[in-house]
Design a protein. Structure first.
Length: 558
């Protein structure tokens, strides 16, 4: 499940802005610790926190984990990374130093394994070399050789989490390796093709407005049935009177008249339905400026501009597509207007509808749609001709019946005319409404099928959405590259830097998203790097486009 909301922020110029925030749940719920989580489950979550740069939270979880599964070198390797990540040895309190020493003694008493014990040994040597201030050159070379011999993933983790710990001769060597790894990993995993997906919410399932039931009451049905029976009965009386005079033509006329009236009724209902279908259906001039409906309206306008960039072509298209687009907009705003669905979650549907309208316009099918509901001459002809034939048949039967019984003929003819007119009016209304319901039901079915296919296509496209850990690793690579570029710009070595700090802030107007309980990730960042050296502080500020992995608007300050 995904939730999306707008969050107000303060822009660098002091103006209020907003970023769209998306919270991924479900399969993206990386950081939630269930109340009944086992130590193994907590370990997996702690590793996610560690890899996403949240070492403080990882340390808190590891304190619970080692009490249950503290006999495995794998656990203690990552415990050491979490314990030392993001701080120098001199930042450790006296209590933490004692804890580190006690932990190392505990680890030495464990049964070593093939892989993780080697990584632990390298971490210890790096810590010892830093604490020694002036380590032996041979020891430094041996430590670097052991580090290079490790698995690439393990080596990268050590270099990343111990970058503030390592000092002295090892610092420049380790930094060079870090930068090389960062350059290789910066665009790994098809970053430029996938980052944008992290900021896309899960698409809301397609919906369509239910078909409006036929506006036919029981009174209409009763009136139609009653008047039809009366009209047919009165017509039969005319035929019966004709037979009394041995004139079978009256019966034939009644039969022909009833058949012609039925044909006229059916085609009259089709005529009325098509006429109303072709008539411009009302649509609202525009939804309110704020709220869900306002955001939906702005999205339609935005995608119209993107779909047809040329103003002249867009104006020509909108002359034909504006009304159907407004109906789609109003329907979407109605069926999704609830607290659990955001406008961003239906953006896929808006984009698809606009694209379909453009395709239909360019293919000429919008004009075909208008011609589709044109009333065919045959329908008009059968309706008018059937009415005329029924009237002529009634007159023929009436003149034959009048010779037998004038008074009864006048009453029967009056009943046929009045009841027939009422039956025709009610029947045309009922037929047109039933036809509308049938057409609307089929249209809704076709549209929903198209929406479901598009929803599934869009969902499949988001299947390889990057995890929060991947986002954290890419951002960390960008940070390292930025610091390295700053060192080059100021002609410094990494060993010249006594301390450094970096700040990542999301830019106003950028998209933002996070895994549940995880940190916010932004599509565009403002990165600041501070380098403290013996002769002053250097500052570099840069704009980062996370999706494209590019820096913009460099600013340097000393």
């Amino acid at each position: 499940m995904t939730t999306t909301r707008e969050v107000p922020v303060e822009t660098p110029g002091g103006r209020p802005g907003a970023v769209t925030g998306t919270v991924h749940g479900g399969v993206h719920d990386y950081y939630r610790v269930p109340a009944d989580a086992s130590p193994r489950e907590k370990l997996a979550i702690a590793l996610r926190y560690l890899e996403s740069g949240q070492a403080t939270t990882a340390r808190r979880l590891f304190a619970e984990i080692v009490a249950h599964i503290g006999t495995e070198p794998y656990v203690w390797f990552h415990w050491l990374l979490a314990f030392l990540s993001g701080r120098t040895l001199w930042e450790l309190s006296a209590e933490e130093r004692l804890k580190l020493t006690a932990t190392r003694e505990l680890i030495h008493g464990l049964k070593p394994d093939r892989w993780w014990s080697r990584g632990i040994a390298v971490i210890e040597r790096l810590v010892d070399a830093t604490a020694a201030h002036a380590p032996d050159a041979a020891a430094v070379s041996a430590t670097l050789a052991e580090l290079d011999a490790l698995d690439p993933g393990m080596r990268t983790s050590i270099a990343r989490h111990l970058e503030r710990v390592v000092q002295g001769p090892l610092k420049d060597e380790l930094w060079a390796q870090e930068v090389e790894d960062a350059r290789a990993a910066r665009t790994a995993g098809r970053r430029t093709e996938r980052v944008w997906k992290f900021f896309e919410p899960d698409p809301a399932p397609p919906r369509a407005r239910p078909v409006r039931p036929a506006r036919v009451s029981r009174a209409h049905l009763a009136l139609a049935a009653l008047t039809t029976v009366i009209a047919a009965g009165a017509a039969c009386v005319l035929g019966w009177l004709g037979l009394q005079r041995d004139d079978p033509s009256a019966v034939i006329a009644v039969a022909v008249g009833l058949g012609a009236a039925g044909a006229a009724l059916v085609n009259g209902a089709e005529w009325r339905f098509r006429s109303r279908r072709r008539a411009p259906r009302p649509s609202h001039a525009g939804p309110p400026a704020g709220g869900f409906a306002g955001r939906v309206d702005r999205m339609y306008r935005r995608y119209v501009r993107l779909a047809v960039p040329d103003p002249a072509e867009r104006a020509a298209w909108l002359r034909e597509a504006y009304r159907p687009m407004c109906r789609l907009r109003d329907e979407l705003a109605e069926v999704y207007r609830e607290a659990r669905v955001s406008a961003d979650e239906v953006r896929w549907l808006i984009r698809f509808q606009v694209r379909e309208l453009r395709r239909q316009w360019r293919a000429g099918t919008r004009a075909d749609e208008c011609r589709r509901w044109a009333v065919a001459p045959a329908v008009k002809g059968v309706c008018v001709g059937g009415t005329g034939l029924a009237a002529a048949s009634l007159l023929w039967a009436a003149q034959a019946a009048a010779r037998q019984d004038l008074r009864l003929t006048l009453g029967a003819a009056f009943a046929v005319v009045v009841a027939g007119w009422l039956a025709a009016e009610a029947g045309v209304r009922i037929g047109a409404e039933n036809r509308r319901v049938a057409v609307d039901t089929e249209d809704r079915r076709v549209r929903l099928n198209a929406y479901w296919f598009e929803w599934q296509r869009w969902g499949h496209r988001l299947d390889d959405r990057p995890t929060d850990m991947e986002m954290a690793q890419w951002l960390d690579c960008d940070r390292r590259i930025l610091v390295d570029l700053a060192l080059r710009a100021y002609h410094l070595r990494w060993g010249d830097v006594c301390a450094y700090a970096s700040v990542e802030a999301g830019r106003a107007g950028s998209s933002r998203a996070r895994a549940r309980n995880g940190p916010w990730r932004y599509s565009k960042y403002r990165l600041l790097a501070f380098l403290l050296t013996t002769d002053g502080v250097r500052q570099v500020t840069v704009e980062l486009d996370l999706a494209q992995a590019t820096f913009h608007e460099w600013q340097r300050r000393e």
